[in-house]
Design a protein around this ligand. Structure first.
Ligand code: GDP
Ligand code: PGA
Ligand code: MN
Ligand code: MN
Length: 629
């Protein structure tokens, strides 16, 4: 009888397990897989083990389906070109669903739309998901990806299980996270974060694909359910929407977990900075909005020869105070999903050396000798090769094309372990000790190269009032200056007002060493629309000033907005071109009055009742100091 029953159960099942076995899975994982297989109805299930053989199989399938092309010039490198409608994160379709709206977003004044996240009622969310996921994987394989954000087994790490019908996602998650058998072992019977993803194009297709890239832009939704630790992503294969460990888990759900458990999940790079003269080493965490320089700073080759930079992470930091009151940070990721355009041997040789093996490129241009090309590589590409643009324009030439060779948000996805300057402690489960926190953004006008906050609370205010020019990393079209507090605007997992309170509470802890807080701007422009500061390796001069401030050197002077370098204390020795330091550090009164007004308006309309008084107090003080100038 028992046998007959199990045969019956087996026959009701529409799927076959073609890799791994359901019985090998911990019970909770097995239930999650079976439940969603019944819902999504894939033909087959593949349980990922993370092996080399598995990866070869996947790339074989991806090639056969025309989703990946081998780049013969390099070792194990691949090119994917997406549907041109699926090239970036979709912020307007990204939702957090909680029973109470106020848990997710502040209530804007005057019925304005919140710019601090999209909330959806759980019942409505249920309906939205039910309109999409049933039968969505028909004809496809459902991959089961056990992954760890953070070193496997570290007490700071979090484990997720991602179910996806995209082999491209598996190949990318393999690079970006630690995944496979050892994660299931570490998980055992514990709970995990449930991550369901579908490109939303069951087979047979009802309309042709573009570039063999399955996606469903009209039905796309990226949904987060913090109270259930669930992520549901539908319709997009693009990294930020589909690699659910990254933005969805490590930032949106992560910030919720951090708030509950007393730590911080931030959109920050982490770098080590060693002074080769003194042997002293410091670690810095820095938050810049997407496509504003995190990866470049994290891998920088300093122009000051007495410094060495090592990389811990380029996009996300999880930080908490340890028992000695030291703020420790880990990089939850295992790879870099970096912006390609602008990357070159001149600007970022370390990234170039990292990404020319074992890498998946997306939406870059290719060369006729099997290599890659993007804007910024003009002087490094063999002039005899032909270029095929990301949109498939053959023999693309800058002079006779009005569109770029590579999509501005084209990316390389490459293993961190092969970056030549990874910090020796980058996988230390304890994390690295953070001495300075740096905020920054793209500010063509008014904002100086660097300034320091007067104290922690003022630093939190600086984070809260960050603004930056929009970039191609999301769907925003025109270049406009947007508010982007803490570079987290697209990634807050809960009410921004509560987030500010959480940050302020760190400053009230006893017996902790609070990092100093700074703001930088590599992107100030002169009247002729050129960057004033050369940036990249030259940014080491700013890091030098920052760590000397951490050492307590008397090199800062008071201004209305914060502390800036005293005359001649920024080390400019050996700079190739003269920089107009006066222009770079000028603080035009009218600009700052307008800035203050914009921040008032934003706090008032967007954060409203949820703004902590301490932050409003800081804004009043800033206004008064500017007035008094
Ligand atoms: P991320 O998305 O925050 O990691 O930013 P990236 O480091 O990938 O940089 C995004 C874009 O900004 C790339 O095109 C870079 O070449 C460019 N960029 C990065 N750092 C600098 C800098 O210091 N100065 C200038 N002018 N551009 C930079
Ligand atoms: P980025 O990462 O910050 O390196 O651009 C991707 C993103 O934030 O969308
Ligand atoms: Mn990012
Ligand atoms: Mn980056």
């Amino acid at each position: 009888l028992i046998e007959a029953a199990s045969v019956f159960a087996e026959s009701r099942r529409s799927y076959r397990v073609i890799h791994g076995s359901l019985t090998q899975l911990p019970n909770k994982v097995r239930n999650y897989v079976e439940e969603n297989a019944r819902l999504c109805k894939p033909d087959t299930i593949h349980i990922c083990d993370g092996s080399e053989r598995e990866n070869e199989m996947l790339t074989y399938v991806l090639r056969k389906d025309g989703m990946l092309k081998k780049l013969h010039k390099y070792e194990n490198c691949w090119l994917a070109r997406t549907d041109p409608a699926d090239v970036a994160r979709v912020e307007r379709l990204t939702y957090i669903s909680t029973p109470l709206k106020r848990d997710t977003v502040p209530t804007p004044k005057y019925g304005a739309k919140s710019q601090l996240g999209n909330w959806m009622d759980p019942e409505d969310m249920d309906n939205e998901l039910n309109m999409r996921f049933p039968d969505c994987m028909k004809g496809r394989t459902m991959f089961v990806i056990p992954f760890s954000m953070g070193p496997v087994g570290s007490p700071l790490s979090k484990i997720g299980i991602q179910l996806t019908d995209s082999a491209y996602v598996v190949a990318s998650m393999r690079i970006m996270t630690r995944m496979g058998d050892q994660v299931l072992e570490a998980l055992g019977d514990s709970n995990f974060i449930k991550c369901l993803h579908s490109v939303g194009r069951p087979l047979p297709l009802t309309a042709p694909l573009h570039n063999n890239w399955p996606c469903n832009p009209k039905m796309t939704i990226i949904a987060h359910l913090p109270h259930k630790n669930e992520i549901h992503s539908f319709g997009s294969g693009y990294g930020g929407n589909s690699l659910l460990g990254k933005k969805c888990l490590a930032l949106r759900l992560g910030s919720n977990l951090g708030r509950e458990e007393g730590w911080l999940a931030e959109h920050m790079l982490i770098l080590g900075l060693e002074n080769l003269d003194t042997g002293k080493k410091r670690y810095i965490a820095a938050a810049f909005p997407s496509a504003c320089g995190k990866t470049n700073l994290a891998m920088m080759t300093p122009s000051l020869s007495n410094y060495k930079v090592t990389c811990v992470g380029d996009d996300i930091a999880w930080m908490r105070f340890d028992e000695n009151g030291v703020l420790r940070a880990i990089n939850p990721e295992a790879g870099f999903f970096g912006v390609a355009p602008g990357t070159s041997m001149k600007t970022n040789p370390i990234a170039m050396k990292t990404c020319l093996k074992n890498t998946v490129f997306t939406n870059v241009a290719e060369t006729s000798d099997g290599g890659v090309f993007w804007e910024g590589l003009e002087s490094e590409v063999d002039p005899n090769v032909r270029i095929r643009s990301w949109l498939g324009d053959e023999d693309w030439k800058k002079d006779n094309s009005d569109r770029p060779a590579a999509h501005p948000n084209s990316r390389f996805c490459t293993p961190a372990a092969q970056c030549p300057i990874m910090d020796p402690l980058w996988e230390d489960p304890k994390g690295v000790p953070i001495d300075a926190i740096v905020f920054g953004g793209r500010r063509p006008q008014g904002v100086p190269l660097v300034y320091e906050s007067f104290n922690w609370q003022h630093g939190v205010f600086i984070g809260a009032s960050m603004r930056s020019e929009s970039t191609a990393a999301a769907e925003h079209k025109a270049k406009m200056i947007m508010h982007d507090p803490f570079a987290m605007r697209p990634f807050f997992g809960y009410n921004f007002g509560d987030y500010l309170k959480h940050w302020l509470s760190m400053g009230e802890k006893e017996n902790v060493h609070l990092p100093k807080i700074f703001h930088v701007n590599w992107f100030r422009k002169s009247a002729d629309n050129k960057f004033i500061w050369p940036g990249f390796g030259e940014n080491a001069r700013v890091l030098d000033w920052i760590v000397r401030r951490c050492d307590g050197e008397d090199i800062a002077k008071h201004t209305a907005i914060g502390l800036v370098p005293k005359q001649d204390t920024l080390n400019l020795a050996g700079m190739e071109e003269a920089v107009d330091m006066e222009e770079l550090f000028s603080l035009p009164k009218e600009f700052w009055q307008n800035e203050v007004n914009a921040i008032y308006k934003y706090f008032d309309e967007q954060v409203n009742e949820d703004l902590p008084n301490d932050i409003m107090h800081e804004l009043h003080n800033l206004e008064e100091r500017i007035q008094a100038e």
